[in-house]
Design a protein around this ligand. Structure first.
Ligand code: NAP
Length: 273
């Protein structure tokens, strides 16, 4: 009876992870959200998910250490003290650095500082606390897999080859969490815990919905680079497509196969799109 903790299940990729993993009634799925009443309401109104008794929603802003600690305690009560999977999905994708190259951001130094701090709070620091607080449960679990949703934007080879300028600060936060994953793996591999960072591909969740026409034009430039990199690329995946692919990577990945501490795509390799 595998158990899962997934952060950021209120919407987007996290909601789809919740939907897919909970479709197997043998799975116990704990979703962590900032606003529990809103997610409870969304679930109650979702014809697919309403009534699934294997879903447990806990409230915690992942940047709040005490709230995360309480969530770990509550999870232990739900699962009986063990945990098989963490899907560290909650993250922020910032708008400030989404379109302009890093040098241009220097026009607004105070926003550079604030954005980097916010990104590191959520995408990096919160996950370190998450792993430390839930590690005693994982060590008692069967499958022992800790997965972080990262981004191919954090690949320096891809960035250099295609001169990918957008998302500089966001990419730095994902590069940092990739290294954190490698360090956790270096420590816990010997205990049989798989740590793995996975990029979901490009997934349509509305990140560009408030973009101005000029910003949309710049996104078009980025898409042209994506097509140059991956001629088969036709546009973003749906959350359903991405999560289906990632679940297959998660199921297949193991320490024995060499995935410990690695950073792979939804294809299970370094092909990001
Ligand atoms: N979409 C893509 O193309 C793409 C590509 C590469 C990587 N990713 C990564 O995939 C993950 C999921 O992103 P998404 O695309 O599904 O974006 P999204 O729709 O913006 O969802 C982000 C989720 O994270 C939650 N969250 C943010 N800050 C939080 C906090 N402090 N405490 C608790 N929850 C928090 C949000 O909760 P609220 O509803 O409370 O805000 C929401 O559930 C992120 O780590 C992102 O970096 C996405």
């Amino acid at each position: 009876m595998p158990s899962f903790v997934i952060t950021g299940v209120s919407r987007g990729i996290g909601y789809e992870f919740l939907r897919q993993y909970s479709s197997d009634r043998n799975n116990t799925v704990v979703g962590i959200v900032r606003n529990k009443p809103a997610t409870d309401k969304k679930l109650a109104e979702d014809p697919d998910l309403k009534g699934r008794t294997n879903i447990h929603i806990l409230q915690a802003d992942v940047t709040n250490y005490n709230a995360l600690k309480a969530a770990a305690e509550d999870t232990a009560k739900i699962t009986g003290g063990s945990l098989d999977y963490i899907i560290a999905n909650a993250g922020i994708v910032t708008q400030f650095d989404a379109y302009d190259p890093i040098g241009k951001l220097g026009d607004r130094p105070e926003l550079v500082t604030k954005t980097l701090r916010d990104l590191f709070e959520v995408n990096v620091i919160a996950n370190v606390h998450l792993f430390n607080l839930f590690m005693p449960l994982i060590l008692k679990g069967q499958d022992k897999k800790v997965i972080v949703i990262s981004s191919g934007f954090a690949d320096p080879v891809f960035t250099n080859k295609y001169d990918v300028t957008p998302g500089s600060l966001y990419s730095a936060s994902k590069a940092a969490i990739n290294m954190i994953v490698a360090k956790y793996s270096a420590q816990y591999k010997q205990d049989g815990v798989l740590f793995l960072a996975i990029c979901p591909g490009m997934v349509e969740v509305g990140h560009y919905k408030d973009a101005t026409p000029e910003q949309i034009q710049r996104v078009g430039g980025l898409m042209a680079k994506f097509v140059e990199y991956a001629p088969h690329f036709k546009g973003p995946d749906t959350p359903e497509q991405s999560v289906t692919a990632m679940r297959s990577v998660i199921a297949n990945a193991s320490i024995e196969k060499g995935y410990g501490g690695d950073f792979v795509s939804h294809y299970g390799n370094k092909q990001w799109l």
